[in-house]
Write a protein that binds this ligand. Structure first.
Ligand code: GLY
Length: 363
């Protein structure tokens, strides 16, 4: 029996999200209608395309023409020059306003491909086939697309909601444990800020999740995606509630920018960011037993050690963060496991706590 998709209702319509072990099959007839008679640009990396060629072929039978466009793996490909190249290739291949884009791959392909679809001819429709856990629980949901500048992560982009997302659980079985571990930081993040049951699931079943035990992983994906869908539906443009999803990302993005995207992975960076947010939160009254549970779980996930760092560039990167407003930078802090708040904290206080948090790696 086909499983009904989740629906994310937003300003521009509805994004249909298929999850689970039969997602590709469940979505096939709707995707076929959407593609019928159109040229489709499939944006992916060469390796991912080869790995999943057969799975994708089943989705694309009705397209008039399939054009393959490549994006290199990894965060370093998230640049304006990649978007320019993609747009030029789309023009040369005859792209029109009613052509389609499908992104197939992880977070980079999702962010950069969604951005290319959003600005090509002022925006054409796209669908997402996320093949990594990180892309399934985070990058493919929510419509934020974009690229990095050397000075600041994700600092050029736009909101462009996909028409559909097909997160097939079978893709996850081919992922190496290190990728599952990176993504698990985002899953834990969702647990801390909105879903105590998800947090407990990761606490009790971490080993299963990191070995891609299908049922446990599918439960975690479904809970994490459902929380994100609800938050985005309530606040698509990140004016208010959706900002909670940035837990751990203020310091996390600053660390990625300062250390270098190639040298510090996103999950590890967000892990350090969540640890720091927990420290700030404890100073404002977060119960120590909740703080200890968060630290214990992050400790079990094990973040990569930070290299030696200088304080000034980190503070500068925090000030430049795209989440900062003219009125200052608000921090997302846990209030309890499953609840978070946005708090204004003075730069002086942040600097004081950061100096002690980073003491082992400050030059
Ligand atoms: N595309 C990721 C997000 O909107 O959060």
């Amino acid at each position: 029996m086909a499983v009904s998709p989740l629906a994310l209702v937003h300003e521009g319509g509805t994004t249909r999200i298929w999850l689970g072990a039969t997602a590709l099959t469940d979505a096939a007839s709707e995707v076929a209608l959407w593609l019928a008679g159109r040229r489709v640009f499939v944006i992916s990396s060469a390796a991912v395309r080869e790995l999943h060629r057969e799975a994708l072929e089943g989705l694309m039978g009705t397209a008039a023409e399939v054009v393959e466009l490549n994006v290199a793996d990894g965060e370093n490909a998230k640049t304006m020059s990649t978007v320019e190249r993609l747009a030029r290739e789309m023009v040369v291949a005859g792209g029109k306003r009613d052509s389609r884009v499908i992104t197939l791959g992880g977070g980079t392909v999702s962010d950069v491909g969604g951005f290319a679809a959003g600005c090509f001819l002022r925006g054409i429709e796209y669908g997402q086939v996320p093949t990594t856990l990180l892309a399934q629980v985070d990058a493919s949901i929510g419509g934020k697309t974009g690229v990095n500048l050397p000075e600041a992560k994700n600092s050029v982009g736009l909101f462009h909601q996909p028409r559909w997302v097909v997160s097939d659980a079978r893709f996850l079985s081919t992922l190496p444990a290190r990728e599952l571990r990176q993504a698990m930081f985002e899953v834990v993040k969702v647990g801390i800020l909105a879903d105590p049951v998800l947090f407990e699931l990761v606490e009790s079943s971490l080993a299963d999740l990191l070995t891609a035990a299908p049922e446990t992983l599918a439960r975690a994906v479904e809970r994490a995606v459902s929380v994100k869908v609800a938050m985005v539906a309530a606040d698509e443009r990140e004016g208010d509630r959706r900002r909670l999803l940035n837990l751990g990302h203020t310091l996390g993005h600053a660390l990625e920018t300062v250390v270098g995207h190639g040298r510090l992975r996103h999950g590890d960076a967000v892990g350090h960011g969540m640890l720091f947010a927990t420290t700030l939160a404890e100073a404002r009254g977060l119960a120590s037993e909740d703080a200890d549970r968060i630290r214990a779980l992050l400790g079990r996930l094990g973040m990569a050690q930070l290299p030696s760092l200088k304080m000034a560039p980190i503070l500068e990167a925090i000030r430049r963060d795209k989440k900062a407003r003219e009125s200052g930078l608000a921090w997302v802090l846990p209030l309890a496991i499953g609840r978070a708040e946005i708090a204004d904290i003075s730069e002086l206080t942040v600097e004081k706590h950061l100096a002690s948090f980073l003491k082992d790696c400050l030059e």
